[in-house]
Design a protein around this ligand. Sequence first.
Ligand code: NAP
Length: 249
Amino acid sequence: MITQQTLIVGANSEIAKALACEILKQQNCGLLLLSRHFDEQWQHERTPEQLQRVKLISVEDYSESSIEHSIDKINSNSQLPITRVFICNGLLHNKTVKPEKRLEDFDAGAFHQVMSANVLTPMLWLQKLTPILTGEVKCKVVLLSARVGSISDNRLGGWYSYRASKAALNMMVKTASIELARRAKNIKLILFHPGTTDSPLSKPFQANVPQNKLFRPEFVATQLLSILDKQEVDGVASYLDWQGDSINW
Ligand SMILES: NC(=O)c1ccc[n+]([C@@H]2O[C@H](COP(=O)([O-])OP(=O)(O)OC[C@H]3O[C@@H](n4cnc5c(N)ncnc54)[C@H](OP(=O)(O)O)[C@@H]3O)[C@@H](O)[C@H]2O)c1
């Protein structure tokens, strides 16, 4: 019997799809998947019993009005408590965005795109989901960050916009945790670094990554779910890596 639901935003990400597979192994859990497009192959590989527990919610883009529209759909599908949320959105490169190697590469248009996908979108989700999640039932909200967002860990330089976007996301979430500790004590916020994981996001940058440091999304998903189980709902934002270790801000 389904007793709780998990919401995954940006559900077409490789890490998100692996998380969804793992979560469907938990028979008492329903899944709300939200994305701009869904992977048909992923759906074909699920059993009919599993698909019965999945609700797909399309979002046109990640504009504020699209997010608000999706919130209405989530509301009408949230008779059961949402106990876990994963916000997976992240942009490192696309046709017009490339991570900067040097100052001369910095580009205003690319910066805006990266900040929009990596900070604005997750923050709008957090803002608009908080009223739905606030209550008696404990809820853990994971936002996919990255170790390169750590200011104290920045030894290599480069990747200006991506680094800055994840640092900004970390600050936003840390700030939100202080407020939620007062007004939504049932919500725990977690920033998660998955490690370099085989996905379209990391594909162009995998060449110099040792084989044992390039993770399969399935590995990251099982790590994240077991780390999440151990997290207390303590009113503090955690910034954790794939081993469950704290990262310095
Ligand atoms: N892979 C790694 O090595 C690695 C390392 C550190 C951190 N991370 C972080 O982990 C998260 C998931 O990454 P992944 O590796 O699974 O990447 P992925 O497979 O490339 O997925 C990209 C994700 O970002 C969303 N997205 C793409 N462009 C966007 C835009 N312009 N605006 C808003 N959302 C956009 C997609 O949403 P839709 O579902 O709507 O398409 C999808 O959820 C990201 O936040 C990434 O920064 C990944």
